[in-house]
Design a protein around this ligand. Structure first.
Ligand code: RUB
Length: 320
């Protein structure tokens, strides 16, 4: 874990774009503090703050937290000078606290779904370094179940091409003392068909109004295999990641990244020079493959179109 100092929003934006900072929760928090940084640097110049907000929002198009958080920060603009800066700082702190609370709370609801002795598979990294501290979303569920004394095991998918599962999730599972096994993404079908996995919990970058889910590419194929093997498939996410402005998953913009991120690993070319590779950073899992959406308000199940709205509006339709 290294510490970096960020002095301006351009630098922060580049860190998000290049995925030095990544994961929906983490980039949301960076969006909040990025707006605060712009307020400090510009001494409360509203145009400069708005420009910084636009820059931050343009860095990663799929994760809706970033957009929503920046908009929430911009809506806190009021007054001028020191007063304005103070208002913006208060808002950023409020957003961070809220996210921490949500992560802990959803961990509690999600952990209730996990039985003693189960093996849970996760994909990519939805964890402490990605979220704001307690455990991101998927890892907060797993961590809470472990803390409750449940004897669990985790299969973490490597997550080609950026290897978040191998590099970050495995690191955090080790740090929390949670027994785990690393598999490459193409082993999940084998593991499911041989009875090695009882539940799947992944994070999410955006949930559309009908419950379709955008998460790290590969999530969809795991969900398809889970359906075939009757393995419950959950996403752990805060209600903030539900995007009611996007009706269904096919309308979510999937970020396409550079071919070289697939043809090279840490700068080492692994495919013949000139090979073109495709790199959709996310894929869409349709709501029919999702057993439940774990949020800070409880676990939401189908029909998502009505239940997501009701839950966010505090009408109880929760399954636990
Ligand atoms: C990260 C990813 C994570 C979600 C949720 O993709 O798909 O599952 O962002 O994470 P990338 P969290 O590495 O491309 O940002 O629960 O930590 O917000």
């Amino acid at each position: 874990e290294e510490v970096y100092t960020v002095s301006d929003v351009e630098q922060l934006g580049e860190m998000i774009r290049s995925m030095m900072i990544r994961g929906s929760g983490a980039i949301g928090i960076c969006g909040a503090y990025g707006v605060f940084l712009a307020a400090l640097n510009s001494k409360g110049n509203v145009d400069a703050i708005k420009e910084a907000g636009a820059l931050l929002k343009s860095t990663r198009p799929t994760a809706v937290n970033l957009m929503k958080t920046v908009d929430e920060m911009l809506s806190a603009i009021e007054g001028s000078g020191e007063e304005l800066i103070e208002k913006i700082e208060t808002k950023a702190v409020e957003i961070l606290k809220r996210q921490l609370e949500f992560e802990y709370q959803l961990g509690e609801y999600g952990a209730a779904l996990i039985e003693d002795g189960e093996t849970i598979m996760t994909h990519c990294h939805s964890g402490a370094l990605g979220g704001s501290g307690y455990g991101g979303r998927a890892l907060s569920v797993i961590r809470r179940a472990h803390e409750q004394g449940k004897n669990i095991h985790v299969y973490t998918c490597e997550t080609r091409p950026y290897l978040q599962g191998a590099r970050i999730t495995a690191y955090e599972l080790k740090k929390f003392g949670i027994p785990h096994t690393l598999i490459t993404d193409n082993m999940s079908g084998f593991c499911m068909s041989t009875g090695r996995i009882q539940k799947i919990v992944v994070g999410s970058d955006r949930v559309s109004a009908n419950g379709d889910l955008a998460n790290k590419v590969g999530t969809y194929m795991h969900a398809l295999a889970a359906k075939e093997h009757n393995i419950p498939f959950y996403t752990a996410t805060s209600s903030h990641t539900i995007d009611f402005n996007t009706k269904s998953g096919d309308l979510i913009e999937v970020e396409m990244r550079d071919s070289s991120e697939v043809t090279q690993i840490k700068g080492v070319q692994i495919a013949p020079e000139g090979t073109h590779a495709l790199y959709p950073s996310f894929d869409i899992t349709p709501n029919r493959l999702i057993t439940g959406i774990i949020t800070e308000k409880g676990v939401i199940s189908a029909p998502y179109e009505t239940n997501l709205k009701k839950v966010v509006e505090n009408i109880s339709v929760l399954s636990n």
